[in-house]
Design a protein around this ligand. Structure first.
Ligand SMILES: Nc1ncnc2c1ncn2[C@@H]1O[C@H](COP(=O)(O)OP(=O)(O)O)[C@@H](O)[C@H]1O
Ligand SMILES: [Mg+2]
Length: 255
């Protein structure tokens, strides 16, 4: 691992997308995606289903690999061949729509697993850390609960605590509230809103337009694998320019 890489990812990085292209079965899913997600800020990616949001996030921690173009975390080109993937991924938290908790482990064990296995923390240190993180997301009293004993909103908050357990400087959220009953959405958004005030870079694919409007520094509108429009929330939501964005905002009830 190079020294630059340590530096680039140990502080909250700007995430720079440069002409990122990706096809599946010769169908273009990402076509020249270019924008900067600023350091220590929350960038929301909005756009219709199938526009490429998930694929773009997956390219950042290399669950997918771009066919061409670059993604830089700070100075580090994570799309370069030969990049030490495990080390890069260890610096990036990811929160999925479907929580993906280990069903046989308690909330505390879900959170302490990676620090123990990847970081080599002792069971005691890892548990202490897990309890502090569960407290932070308001779930200390559920530390011993298994995922099935928790609501969807609680499970997603455990998943956020788990993402934080590796001290990431970048967290990717892929529609973190889309699988939740409407009454459980707010508790998750509140935790994310609090996180957004910390020295951390967040990229959030979301359909929660109110959240994007309130929390995002930058909103990126994707459609059909391209960035159609990007700007601060006041511009995107109050002065959308492109017909596709105007149409999309109409469909989701913003305009
Ligand atoms: N592994 C894959 N194989 C084939 N097609 C895929 C794969 N992943 C995504 N796609 C296609 O890429 C397009 C964009 O999908 P996705 O990135 O999930 O968009 P979004 O998250 O905006 O809904 C869709 O047409 C989807 O079917
Ligand atoms: Mg998606």
């Amino acid at each position: 691992m190079t020294e630059e890489m340590e530096v680039g990812i140990d502080s909250a990085p700007t995430v720079r997308f440069e002409e990122v292209c990706k096809s599946f079965n010769s169908k273009a899913v990402l076509s020249g995606i270019t924008f900067d997600a600023p350091a220590m800020s929350t960038t929301c990616i909005i756009g219709p289903s199938g526009s490429g949001k998930t694929t773009l996030l997956r390219c950042v921690n290399r669950l997918d690999t771009p066919d061409s173009g670059h993604i830089y975390l700070g100075d580090v080109d994570v799309s370069a061949p030969g990049i030490p993937l495990e080390q890069v991924r260890a610096k990036i938290g990811m929160v999925f729509q479907s929580f993906n908790l280990f069903p046989h482990l308690s909330a505390a064990d879900n959170v302490s697993l990676a620090p123990r296995v990847v970081r080599g923390l002792s069971a005691e240190e890892a548990t202490e850390k897990a309890l502090a993180l569960l407290k932070r997301v308001g779930l200390l009293e559920f530390a011993a609960a298994k995922p099935t004993q928790l609501s969807g909103g609680q499970q997603q908050r455990v998943a956020i605590a788990r993402a934080l357990a590796m001290d990431p400087r970048l967290i990717l959220f892929d529609e973190p509230t889309s699988a939740l009953d409407p009454e459980l959405v707010q508790e998750v958004l509140e935790v994310m809103g609090e996180l957004s005030r910390e020295k951390i870079t967040m990229i959030v694919a979301t359909h929660e337009m109110r959240f994007a409007r309130q929390i995002a520094g930058l909103v990126v509108f994707m459609d059909n694998g391209v960035v159609v429009e990007q700007g601060p929330p006041a511009e995107i939501f109050e002065h959308p320019k492109s017909p596709r964005l105007i149409n999309f905002l109409g469909q989701v009830g913003v305009l």
